[in-house]
Write a protein that binds this ligand. Structure first.
Ligand SMILES: Cc1cc2nc3c(=O)[nH]c(=O)nc-3n(C[C@H](O)[C@H](O)[C@H](O)COP(=O)(O)O)c2cc1C
Length: 200
């Protein structure tokens, strides 16, 4: 019988690395929470872009976006997602594969409420990923939203929320001399994680 690592283990390991990445400081690592997010379209075409990690715990990795954007539509139709963090000053990479599910409305409301007012208005103003008819349309729409919500709080737009990527595979990569890098992969199984070492 093979022994399984406890559910918490790769999340703890990830949390330690993220803390190390934050400690590097903004000059050498300006966006420690940034990761490449891979999604897939109906034709099998993958696409990738950078987003920011806003929460992580044993349930998974959370980021926020416009659900009508390309990534939003793709994840709603095909929840298979991939993530890749690269913390160059730490010589570390973390890769995650899993399924994306929308976060609860209350969770998204709480995060939206914590954002700067300008970002809240921007979430209303932007038809993210859609074609803009003229270059000044975004400014026009931002001013429109400023008027609309003047003097009151900005509620979360119905098309703006978070996805939680529930991982079934997490790989930790660490640079080593002569390209003999260390790779440790956690594969989700009932009751825990199978842990394997991979050739670099
Ligand atoms: C450092 C950085 C952080 C970003 N963070 C986010 C984010 O958290 N959410 C988001 O929707 N877009 C974020 N973006 C913009 C995305 O990369 C992307 O341009 C946008 O979401 C549209 O992607 P899509 O058309 O594939 O949906 C970020 C871009 C950069 C460079």
């Amino acid at each position: 019988m093979t022994s399984l690592a406890p559910i918490a283990e790769p999340f703890q390991r990830f949390g330690e690395l993220l803390s190390e990445a934050r400690a590097v400081g903004p000059e050498r690592l300006p966006e420690p929470t940034a990761f490449a997010l891979g999604t897939v379209g109906g034709d099998g075409q993958p696409s990738v872009r950078i987003v920011l990690l806003k929460a992580v715990d044993e349930r998974g990795f959370v980021f926020y976006t416009n659900f009508e954007s390309r990534k939003g539509r793709e994840l709603l139709a095909h929840p298979q997602a991939a993530m890749c963090f690269h913390w160059q000053p730490l010589e570390r990479q973390v890769r995650v594969e899993g399924r994306a599910t929308p976060v609860a409305a209350e969770e998204a409301d709480a995060y939206f409420a914590s954002r700067a007012r300008g970002s809240q208005l921007g979430a209303w103003a932007s038809f993210q990923s859609q074609v803009m008819d003229s270059p000044d349309m975004l400014d026009v729409r931002v001013r429109e939203m400023e008027r609309r919500f003047e003097g009151g709080p900005v509620p979360r737009p119905p098309h703006w929320s978070g996805f939680r990527i529930v991982p079934h595979r997490i790989e930790f990569w660490h640079n080593m001399p002569s390209r003999l890098h260390e790779r440790r992969v956690y594969i989700r199984e009932a009751g825990g994680w199978r842990v394997e070492a991979l050739y670099p």
